[in-house]
Design a protein around this ligand. Structure first.
Ligand SMILES: [Zn+2]
Length: 464
């Protein structure tokens, strides 16, 4: 009898353990361009600048039980782009830079959102850049090019994705349709199209497409430039959670959230904007943690990145770092560019006007002491570029005034932050995991391992 009881107890334990190993609610956060230095830099920045923050400025995910890194190379280069990395993280397959949800032979590959839908879970993607930009597309589209925006969006409509959020629908002129035309297509496909994040909580039994208040926004406003009423990735995440909390109560869900704007500020080599974008990612993850507190046995949270952007370095010149100086940057490089263009437009073009702007937006002279070579560089760029032609520093997503770019670079340098490039690097990317089945990520070495492990923890399998 005692033996029988022991066997029964063991059986119970086994059933209990395997049931507890299954994730019903899965959050996958992808920081686009988010390197390990960007993460550590944000915590140092918070400690130096936001001294009043909860946890001393510690990000919500850096103390997860799994704190690791994975390799990110693509099939065509040791340095990946977002579409190849997105495909790897979504489908477990290496592909060529620029390819979207297909392998190196252009054959469609199954992704983790499709696996989730097959086993009856609801699925969602949210990003603070275009809803059909590379990273979200990896979870619903299959195309030989990340640039075929119209085709990619049409695939979102045909996909099983229940909730999709982004700043707008990106389009190519050659494809003939504008964002408003795609909105009509989404409505015809039965999606509820919203432009207010708070409205998603009221939708019943319908797929949702959540966009920003202006379809001309290729990305939501940078965290540094937001006003109270501007939507952010935190709002989009809250909106998705509200929607799924009710709609997916029984089925469970898989939700991918991309903090896509980190990549843009890293392409601009703008440290403060990058750090504030990462704070928004941290707040979004905190919402998932709040959800986890209510469902600790069934929730899995993963935070990772597709690649590092910019080659950010913290500290140089014989052990120097001074992040306190970053406290005085009030806006993004992109916004500083717009302000300079406005100045030229209204004829405020004296050196004194420029000094006033740099004092106000970057704290130069009053709070951040400049070296004589910095002053020479500013004055030279002012005379040669700002006054004459407003020469641009053209990046992947932005086109900034050289004057603004030189000024932000000087501030970064005064904090002893350097960037080695305006593009992506081949550095490994961080991986943080908490929740049910997290132990399985202790043996996760490459970005292609991520979706395969998630599928297993969801009680399924991803095979390509
Ligand atoms: Zn990029």
């Amino acid at each position: 009898m005692r033996q029988l009881l022991t066997l029964f107890a063991a059986l119970l334990l086994f059933v209990g353990t395997s049931a507890a190993q299954q994730a019903k609610y899965v959050f996958l956060f992808i920081g686009d361009g988010l390197g390990i230095n960007q993460i550590h830099g944000t915590e140092l920045y918070n400690a130096a600048v936001h001294k009043d923050m909860a946890n001393g400025g510690r990000l919500s995910f850096t103390r997860f039980p799994v704190r690791s890194y994975v390799s990110s190379h693509s099939a065509s280069s040791l340095v990946t782009d977002s579409s190849a990395a997105g495909t790897a993280i979504a489908s477990g397959v290496k592909t060529v830079n620029g390819y979207m949800g297909v392998d190196a032979n252009k054959k469609s590959v199954k992704n983790i959102a499709e696996v989730a839908a097959e086993i009856g879970m609801m699925t969602g993607v949210a990003t603070n850049v275009g809803v059909n930009h590379a990273t979200p597309c990896a979870f619903y589209a299959h195309n030989e090019s990340r640039d075929n925006y119209g085709d990619l969006f049409n695939q979102l409509l045909e996909s099983p994705i229940d909730f999709a959020a982004g700043s707008t629908i990106l389009y190519k002129k050659r494809e003939g349709l504008l964002p408003k035309d795609y909105v009509e297509k989404a409505k015809s496909a039965g999606m509820k199209v919203l432009q207010d994040p708070a409205a998603a909580g009221r939708v019943r039994g319908k797929r949702v497409l959540l966009l920003s208040d202006s379809l001309s926004r290729k990305a939501l406003r940078f965290a540094t430039d937001c006003t109270e009423k501007d939507p952010t990735i935190v709002d989009f995440t809250a909106s998705a959670i509200k929607y799924f909390e009710r709609e997916a109560k029984d089925s469970g869900f898989f939700l991918m959230v991309e903090a896509g704007h980190i990549d843009y500020s890293c392409h601009d080599n703008d440290a403060v904007t990058t750090f504030e974008e990462i704070n928004h990612l941290s707040e979004s993850v905190q919402l998932a943690l709040d959800f986890y507190e209510k469902h600790p046995e069934e929730t899995l949270i993963i935070v990772t990145a597709d690649h590092e952007t910019g080659g950010m370095t913290l500290g140089y010149d014989h052990y120097k770092m001074n992040f306190e100086r970053l406290a005085y940057q009030k806006c993004s490089l992109e916004s500083l560019t717009r302000q300079m263009q406005h100045m030229r437009k209204i004829g405020k073009t004296s050196w004194e006007d420029m000094v006033a702007l740099l004092k106000e937006q970057l704290g130069f002279w009053d709070y951040v002491k400049l070296r004589s070579k910095d002053e020479v560089a500013l004055r030279k760029t002012f005379d040669k570029n700002f006054l004459k032609n407003g020469e641009k520093v053209v990046g992947l997503y932005t086109s900034n005034e050289k004057m603004a770019s030189v000024a932000v670079k000087i501030l970064n340098t005064r904090a002893y932050i350097k960037w080695i490039d305006l593009a992506h690097t081949g550095m490994p990317v961080p991986l943080f995991v908490k929740g049910v089945g997290y132990e399985q990520f202790l043996e996760c070495y490459d970005n292609t391992d991520i979706p395969k492990i998630i599928a297993k923890i969801m009680g399924s399998e991803l095979q390509n």
